[in-house]
Design a binder for this molecule. Structure first.
Ligand code: SF4
Length: 189
């Protein structure tokens, strides 16, 4: 079989690149609202900043993840009795890439810290953290334990703390309302 020379190969590559370029002209992809950043969408659609903020405040997407007994209360929060969606706390997301609120429910062992941080870093920005319960807030009953950190705020920036061991699902409802006020600019840090 006859082999291509390097020169022929480079010319063919250039021709192919040109063909692809020509075929894509005028066909720029529109932003995908499922995965694009809010800032890109607002730029592309010329949506006002106020509208973006309103959308952010009213559509919190919590990450589906729990660490200990407080996670049972988190499940209660997802039940029909609480009906969290009426306030815009939408379904728990199974992937951090579609979530913007991390609810840390339970004690955080030192060994699990890297995983929790990785999940946080994979979440969409801006992202928020709720320390749900005594353990996530300060270590709880395990305050002096050798393997549990004294609150998730030692490794992540926390927006709202929820007291209780365990706190009730209603307390989380109030915490998310506070978070909404904070995102909307009604509460300062
Ligand atoms: S705060 Fe209480 S209920 Fe929640 S994880 Fe800690 S020990 Fe369990």
């Amino acid at each position: 079989m006859e082999e291509y020379t390097k020169e022929e190969f480079m010319t063919a590559k250039k021709e192919m690149d040109q063909l692809v370029y020509e075929s894509l002209k005028g066909k720029e992809a529109k932003p995908n609202v499922m995965f694009a950043k809010m800032s890109e969408i607002s730029r592309a659609l010329k949506v006002s900043k106020g509208m973006v903020k309103w959308a952010r405040v009213n559509s919190l997407w919590p990450l589906q993840f729990g660490l200990a007994c407080c996670a049972i209360e988190l499940m209660g929060f997802g039940s029909a009795r609480i009906d969290a969606e009426r306030k815009g706390y939408l379904l728990f997301r199974g992937t951090p890439r579609q979530a913007d609120v991390m609810i840390v429910a339970g004690w955080v062992t030192k060994s699990v810290v890297p995983e929790v941080k990785r999940l946080y870093e994979q979440m969409t920005e801006p992202r928020y953290v709720v320390a749900f319960g005594e353990c996530a807030t300060c270590g709880g009953p395990w305050f002096e334990s050798y393997n549990i950190i004294r609150g998730i705020d030692q490794v992540l920036p926390v927006d709202v703390y929820v007291a209780g061991c365990p706190p009730k699902p209603e307390n989380l409802f109030e915490a998310l309302m506070k978070l909404q006020d904070k995102i909307g600019g009604k509460i300062e840090d």
